[in-house]
Design a protein around this ligand. Structure first.
Ligand code: RET
Length: 248
């Protein structure tokens, strides 16, 4: 059962990689081609990490009372979730400093989540709560800073942002729920079911998310990629009094 779902995850990520790879090729030299490229690296790294879990290289056996601990999952997430947030931040036209801050919170969330997975009861719950704190901060920033910034962009880019933000929030919230009912927490679901749920979530959050993103028109992707217009607005605002705006 566990092995079957790891294969589902691996094959799904490979199919996603081929799709995003072809998409990046058709978009070469076009503005916004970083979106299929980023989606490609996300699914490629996930495929690699699924393979290490299939082959057992990133699986700890008989660890602290758990039969199997999948460290590869965290090696996947610590690389891919920052890239997903980067994509969303660029679409929102968010200031780079803020994107870096949110990515910092995200890496903190995944690594403290790994510690929660490795810790014994009851310390695992302490780390779970610490990790969830960072998760709440990320959710809050998506609903405030990201959303406010996206509203300043053109209608189509803002619409794309809102769709992706909503998909991301719904999917990401499922992860800590699976964790708490899984073998790391209350042990209500076994490792096979947990692996299946994570595989489906991972495929939706990576391949599904990337598919929605890269299915937007080339024009929308080019505009989403380009934040010059925002910098233009900032500059002209800052230089209004002194009449030194280079964009006048
Ligand atoms: C953990 C357990 C500790 C508490 C929290 C968690 C959140 C994990 C999340 C993972 C998202 C993964 C994605 C993967 C790739 O597609 C680590 C499960 C809050 C939100 C989106």
């Amino acid at each position: 059962m566990t092995q079957f779902w790891l294969w589902v995850g691996f094959i799904g990520m490979v199919i996603g990689s081929v799709y995003f790879g072809l998409k990046a090729t058709t978009m070469r030299r076009k503005e916004g081609m970083e979106f299929p490229l980023e989606s490609l690296f996300i699914t490629l790294w996930a495929a690699a990490m699924y393979l290490t879990m299939i082959l057992g290289e990133t699986v700890l056996r008989d660890f602290n009372g758990q039969s199997e601990v999948f460290v590869g999952r965290y090696l996947d997430w610590v690389v891919t979730t920052p890239l997903l947030l980067l994509e969303l931040g660029v679409i929102a036209g968010l200031r780079p400093k803020l994107i870096v801050g949110v990515i910092g919170a995200d890496i903190f969330m995944i690594l403290t989540g790994l510690i929660a997975t490795l810790a014994r009861t009851p310390n695992n719950y302490l780390w779970y709560i610490i990790s969830s704190g960072a998760f709440l901060a990320i959710l809050a920033s998506l609903l405030t800073e990201f959303s406010v910034s996206a509203k300043r962009r053109n209608g189509k880019v803002n619409k794309l942002f809102q769709t992706l933000r909503n998909v991301l929030i719904v999917l990401w919230i499922c992860y800590p729920i699976v964790w708490i009912f899984g073998p790391e927490g209350f042990r209500a679901i076994n490792v096979g079911v947990e692996t299946g749920l994570y595989a489906i979530l991972d495929l939706c959050a990576k391949v599904g998310f990337g598919f929605i993103l890269t299915s937007a028109s080339n024009e929308t992707l080019a505009q989403a990629s380009n934040s010059d217009r925002i910098m233009e607005a900032v500059h002209s605002y800052m230089h209004e009094q002194t009449e030194q705006s280079p964009y006048r």
